[in-house]
Design a protein around this ligand. Structure first.
Ligand SMILES: *Cc1c(COP(=O)(O)O)cnc(C)c1O
Length: 370
């Protein structure tokens, strides 16, 4: 079956539809090749590289219309390391987690495993759904997930009480609507919506989050230096990282953020095009009798990751195998979800015309497999 050859005129210009790592814009890669020999292999404590860190920080401030008293922290390790850093440096006594997929459950496991914290409070939903955010009287952190990458469900970010609001925005950042006043730490890796590569983490911090970080760091709690957010913050203020970053990743993320600001004039403009892309993909699935959106409530369907269930008569694995053989990549369902499903990234770097080509290619393949 995999030797089916999709006609070239149907194929997308760029075949990268993976949910992470995801498409890096070719224009950004070309820019990196142009400036690379002045930047890569030079000191991250010197102005050339620090200017790129500052450019990323300033660009993010503009994209998110960040209030002047918020700070942009940059550190190493990706979102997975940030969960541990948060367990050390942001959760005072007990966290409340909203668990509705693989990634939200992983942060809950991190705070559950921390012997210096009380067992977390969990609010869970079936995969494909999302729990509403409700006040807590017994936790000092509300842990939310802007986009559950494993299921294609988005969570509305809102502050409902005094607890610090920590938001894993790894796949949601730069693609979903967001009001920075509703969160205290909005953190994300750079290899998804930011169209860069893995290994770095950004966190947008409110003054309350900074106060918490500094207070816990000054207490007698043991914090490994690599995971110490106070150290990371201190370095970020100097446009550096505590240990050596991937300079190309910083550069690619800064290119993406500048491109988003220049092309769409900020987050609202980006979100508008995200809605158009999502309307296309979910609308397409709704019109096929062998496909349907996995997330039943349209209000919770992600604008950055579409999960599309496929009728049992057709195997999503076979569809993906044919697509892959034709250079159209990585639209497999999340492994542990175990569904006959296509999972399609619609991140800001992915063009609407390519998503239209993608769905046309799936139609072409299903016609021949079915
Ligand atoms: C990909 C992802 C992560 C993990 O990111 P790493 O950079 O691999 O640590 C965490 N949370 C969400 C929502 C993700 O999509």
């Amino acid at each position: 079956m995999a030797d089916l050859t999709i006609p070239d005129e149907l194929k997308p210009a760029d075949g990268r539809f993976g949910s992470g790592p995801s498409k890096v814009r070719p224009e950004a890669l070309r820019r990196l090749a142009e400036v690379g020999d002045e930047l890569l292999g030079t000191s991250h404590r010197k102005p050339r590289v620090k200017d790129q860190v500052r450019r990323l920080q300033d660009g993010l401030g503009e994209l998110f219309s960040l209030p002047a008293d918020h700070e942009v922290l940059l550190t190493l390790g990706g979102a997975t390391a940030f969960w541990d850093a948060a367990a050390f440096g942001l959760v005072e006594r007990r966290a409340r987690h909203y668990v509705f997929g693989e990634f939200s459950s992983k942060f809950a496991k991190a705070t559950a495993a921390a012997p210096w914290l009380e067992s977390p409070e969990l609010i869970e939903a079936e995969f494909g759904e999302v729990p509403g955010v409700v006040p807590t009287t017994d936790a000092d952190v509300q842990a939310l997930t802007h986009n559950e990458t494993s299921t294609g469900v988005m969570q509305h970010i809102e502050r409902v009480d005094e607890a610090l609001v920590l938001v894993d925005a790894t796949s949601g950042a730069a693609g979903l609507p967001f009001d920075p006043n509703q969160a205290d730490a909005y953190y994300f890796s750079l290899q998804k919506g930011l169209a860069s590569e893995g290994g770095l983490t950004v966190a947008l911090l409110s003054p309350a989050a900074v106060e918490r970080i500094e207070r816990i760091a000054a207490s007698d709690r043991y914090i490994p230096t690599f995971l110490d957010l106070a150290t990371a913050l201190d370095n970020s203020r100097k446009h550096q990282t505590y240990n050596t970053p991937s300079v190309s990743s910083v550069f690619l993320a800064a290119e993406q953020v500048d491109w988003l600001n220049e092309t769409f004039g900020g987050l609202e403009g980006v979100v508008e095009t995200q809605r158009a892309k999502a309307d296309h993909v979910y609308g397409w699935a709704g019109q096929r009798d062998w496909a349907s959106p996995f997330v039943t409530d349209p209000a919770h369907r992600s604008l950055v990751i579409a999960t599309i269930d496929i009728d049992e008569a057709v195997s999503a694995d076979e569809i993906n195998a044919v697509l892959r053989a034709n250079g159209i990549l990585d639209t497999d369902a999340y492994r542990k979800l175990g569904r006959n499903q296509l999972r399609i990234a619609m991140f800001p770097a992915v063009d609407q015309s390519d998503l239209e080509a993608y769905t046309a290619c799936v139609d072409w393949v299903v016609e021949r497999l079915g």
